[in-house]
Design a protein around this ligand. Structure first.
Ligand code: ADP
Ligand code: MG
Length: 350
């Protein structure tokens, strides 16, 4: 993804309410040509609403939607050049796999020879070429979802929208399909907006993540940007693990119930306001010294590639630390000291 890519899809001041419920506050989002952008957020944060507004299933209350610079705000769904993939595969049960994939091309009146060639290519792309004659009921869930992907990619829509497409699959298959979707995205150069509530899925798939909370966008950035520079405590908490120390800014430090801690260098602060320091598990070490905090070990979590130590500070605030490879975890209940370098913490407003 180059920073200068053209804007494929523009959501400009778009909002939606259902009676008293604000489903989406006025929202601006730019999706770049060829990127895979995920809408990530908890249930009810407005992800599906934003997707439905983009494809035209829902009319916005305000704002406009542009694709390739053309206004689409009031264009009916079927006239928008937008492909949709949902969690339930919505395959036609009475059509074979090949006929399902060819359906969008037949609808568009493409010649038979072209349909045949493009269906074959699309099925090859999702590695189902050998199953073209089967019916959906003769396929596994993962295979059905791959047919749905092929049916969407086959007619090369300008923008592809996916709403939790892997939600019904088990974890192993979901991880496999994530890699498939990444490959399809790379091979086709499609612009994809992908909804998920699963932060790991978003981190694995995205060129950029649009993090949503309470019907609005919380932060947009690359996975690394959001992980390393969360702008809010919500962003820090939702993506990855972190220790969040809440307090008040006083005399160039953050005053918390567990002590006063140094601020990262070069941060602009307003004295006497509420803020939090965010520290990622790999930035905390079991050391004493300056900028350290006393804690009690509450749990050891063995996660295969790493072992995490869950701690509790004197105030009851939880903390999480990644043990160095090969280190023996201290016993549950042990009193320890956790330390970090001030430049490795991120200060967020509260
Ligand atoms: P998400 O996809 O992030 O889980 P949604 O966009 O589906 O969230 O919903 C956002 C909010 O709008 C929720 O509070 C939801 O209950 C409400 N909402 C969504 N669709 C409707 C609808 N058709 N009628 C009434 N309320 C709705
Ligand atoms: Mg949803």
């Amino acid at each position: 993804m180059s920073g200068g890519a053209a804007i494929k899809l523009l959501v400009d001041g778009v909002s939606k309410r259902y009676g008293q419920v604000v489903a989406l506050e006025p929202t601006r989002l730019e999706v770049r040509a060829g990127e895979l952008l995920t809408l990530l957020g908890p249930s009810g944060s407005g992800k599906t609403t934003l997707l439905q507004l983009i494809c035209g299933l829902v009319e916005p209350e305000s704002g406009r939607i542009q694709v390739d610079g053309r206004d689409q705000t009031h264009t009916p769904v079927h006239q928008r050049d937008i492909g949709l993939v949902f969690q339930n595969y919505a395959l036609f049960p009475h059509l074979t796999v090949g006929e399902n994939v060819g359906f969008p091309l037949r609808m568009r009146g493409r010649p038979a020879a072209e349909i045949k060639a493009r269906v074959a290519a699309a099925l090859e792309m999702v590695r189902l070429g050998h199953l073209a004659a089967r019916f959906p009921r003769e396929l596994s869930g993962g295979q059905q979802q791959r047919v749905a992907l092929a049916r969407c990619f086959v007619y090369q829509p300008s923008v592809i929208l996916m709403d939790e497409p892997l939600g019904a699959l088990d974890k192993k298959l979901r991880e496999h399909m994530q890699i498939e979707i990444k490959r399809l995205h790379r091979e086709t150069g499609a612009t994809i907006v992908y909804v998920t509530h699963d932060q790991e899925e978003a981190l694995a798939l995205s060129d950029r993540i649009c993090l949503m909370n309470h019907a609005r966008i919380e932060q947009v950035g690359t996975p690394a940007e959001i992980y390393q520079r969360p702008r809010t405590a919500f962003a820090a908490d939702f993506i990855g693990l972190s220790t969040i120390l809440r307090g008040r800014l006083r005399a160039g430090a953050l005053d918390t119930p567990d002590g006063a801690f140094a601020l990262p260098p070069d941060v602009a602060v307003r004295e006497d306001t509420e803020a939090a320091l965010v520290i990622r598990p790999e930035r905390l070490t079991l050391d004493a010294g300056a900028n350290a905090v006393a804690a009690t070990v509450t749990e050891t979590v063995y996660a295969g590639a790493e072992t995490r130590l869950l701690l509790s500070l004197a105030s009851g605030t939880p903390a999480v630390l990644r043990l160095p490879v090969g280190a023996t975890p201290p016993p549950i209940g042990a009193a320890v000291t956790a330390r970090w370098a001030p430049e490795n913490a991120v200060l967020v407003p509260l």
